[in-house]
Ligand binder design. Structure first.
Ligand SMILES: [Fe+2]
Length: 284
């Protein structure tokens, strides 16, 4: 597994301020008035220019936007903590596919000896997915979709064909299309020796699931949360469907799971529940 440290965060401070402004429902002028920080500095920050922002400015912005000031300051100074993500009782292979100016992730979760296991999301398309497919992943026995946006669903049908599967698991509501088996909150599937439990987490879009993965019959094993576009290292997904729902689901999941749970997001590096509980700007 590549070191998380080498993978850039999905969001910078400017993106976090932008998302927080949208969620709070006010504009830069209103934020300037509430925080006592100039509009120019706020606009510069949204354009990824942070040189003028003092520690005091960051504290005030965090207060006005109800953000975690330690995490916000860490993002601003390019010191956001990246935990080591070791100790899972299976192998996780992140597949990072180019998407726009960034990267989108799909994940294979497999037995380290046999390479047999599960696929989470399909990236932008099957050809692109094949280009980054790890040799160590030999067979997929079940496929899960976090949300039906093009860059996450693109390679799913090809992956199903390749591995002789007829259906994939996805969020409960909405037209996820033929071959989708819907999973709602708390529903659990057993496949390839794993127990996979769905959390229904709309907010980024109307149809969104996260999945908690453990070896079957080992309830105390360290688990993996495939978080889609709900939780990123150092940020959250955009609340395009409902900011309030997105915030509520991110907070309830980070509160409910053990700190050692590893998080595999739809964009950016892997992280842990403990790290995001402590530093994620949206967790206060
Ligand atoms: Fe995405």
């Amino acid at each position: 597994m590549p070191a998380a440290r080498a993978i850039p965060l999905e969001d910078e401070l400017g993106d976090v301020i932008d998302k927080a402004l949208r969620c709070a429902g006010f504009n830069e002028e209103q934020l300037a008035g509430r925080a006592g920080v100039s509009v120019e500095k706020i606009r510069n920050a949204e354009d990824y220019r942070y040189e003028d922002l003092t520690d005091d400015d960051l504290r005030r912005l965090a207060g006005a936007l109800r953000l975690n000031e330690v995490g916000l300051a860490a993002l601003a100074r390019d010191r956001y903590p990246r935990p080591r993500v070791t100790g899972l009782p299976f192998c996780v292979h992140p597949m990072r596919l180019p998407f726009g100016v960034g990267v989108v992730n799909a994940y294979a979760v497999v037995d380290c000896a046999t390479g047999v296991g599960l696929l989470f999301d399909g990236g932008t398309g099957f050809e692109a997915l094949q280009q980054v497919w790890p040799r160590a992943v030999t067979r997929i026995e079940a496929v899960f979709l976090t949300h039906p946006e093009a860059e996450h669903i693109g390679g799913i049908s090809g992956a199903l064909r390749q591995h002789g599967l007829a259906t994939f698991y996805g969020p409960r509501c909405g037209p996820t299309g033929p071959g989708c088996w819907p999973l709602g909150e708390g529903e659990t599937v057993v496949a390839a020796g794993y127990q996979i439990t769905a959390f229904s987490t709309p907010g980024h879009c109307a149809e969104h699931n996260c999945y908690l993965v453990r070896p079957k019959g080992v309830p105390r094993a360290r688990a993996l949360l495939v978080s889609g576009d709900l939780i990123f290292a150092g940020s959250l997904g955009g609340g395009y469907f409902s900011c309030q729902q997105l915030l509520r689901h991110a907070r309830r999941i980070l509160e409910a799971l053990p700190g050692a749970t590893v998080i595999a997001p739809g964009h950016g590096p892997m992280t842990t529940v403990a790290n995001e509980r402590k530093y994620n700007p949206f967790l206060v």
